[in-house]
Design a protein around this ligand. Structure first.
Ligand code: ZN
Ligand code: ZN
Length: 244
């Protein structure tokens, strides 16, 4: 909660530096979001049912019987259910980009609004442990923060603080910078990229939710899920902010 003085300060800052939309660079006025203008905010799709139970992408059109999801057909998930909050298009993609690559921590406030709009999310994570995907120590020093950890904390606050955020994993290998490698190479590398953090024990019946910014190939999330599963975790789910 912002204090009265923070609100006053923000009000003054908005007069001197009116907020500019992260997507279209227009002025932000009368918008439900702070860093996205009203027109762009309307274009952000918060994902609702029907959706893929594995990756969380929405199914469009008529729903008949079992649907194959083109976004995760190649995935053998080591987790149970995956949910995503928004479709990663246009303004939503701009929010994530700002957050990740421009030290845009101010967009977390908008992400919180979107987390709060995700149907059933608060109930789903009630009592769970939110586990951020860890960054390699060198990478975290470079960026100054782990975006997944900030997202996990933001998600927990936005849904009433009914879960807890714990860094149960550590990243052994710096796989993020290996973009020059081909897909198979990268996956082999990811296999042993994560381990349980020192002194962590996993309770089989407890719900653990891996948190990451976006769902793309999910190979990172899957590697993390395998570590928790090997340590005895049975109740493993995944939440990403964006999917597209
Ligand atoms: Zn805009
Ligand atoms: Zn899917």
């Amino acid at each position: 909660m912002a204090t009265r003085w923070q609100q006053v300060g923000r009000g003054l800052a908005d007069v001197v530096f009116p907020p500019v939309c992260v997507h279209c660079r227009g002025l932000v006025e009368d918008s439900p979001l702070r860093q996205v203008c009203a027109t762009c905010a309307e274009q952000i799709t918060v994902i609702t049912d029907p959706r893929c139970m594995t990756c969380g992408h929405p199914f469009f059109g008529e729903l008949e019987g079992e649907r194959m999801c083109p976004h995760c057909a190649d995935l053998a998930p080591a987790f149970r259910e995956g949910r995503a909050i928004v479709l990663l298009k246009g303004p939503a993609r701009a929010l994530v980009h700002e957050f990740k690559y421009h030290h845009g921590l101010h967009v977390l406030e908008d992400m919180a609004v979107l987390f709060a709009r995700s149907p059933g999310l608060a109930e789903w994570i009630d009592g769970a442990t939110l586990v951020p995907v860890p960054l390699h120590a060198r990478k975290e020093r470079e960026r100054g923060y782990n975006q997944s950890q900030l997202l996990a904390e933001c998600l927990n606050r936005a849904t009433g603080g009914r879960a807890e955020v714990c860094n149960l994993l550590r990243r052994l290998a710096d796989t993020e910078t290996q973009t020059h490698r081909d897909k198979r190479d990268r996956q082999a590398n990811l296999k042993n990229a994560f381990a349980l953090a020192e002194g962590v024990t996993i309770s089989p019946g407890h719900q653990y939710l891996l948190i990451d910014d976006v769902f793309t190939t999910a190979s990172t999330l899957n590697s993390c899920a395998r570590v928790l599963r090997r340590a005895g975790g049975l109740n493993l789910d995944v939440i990403t902010f964006g999917h597209g």
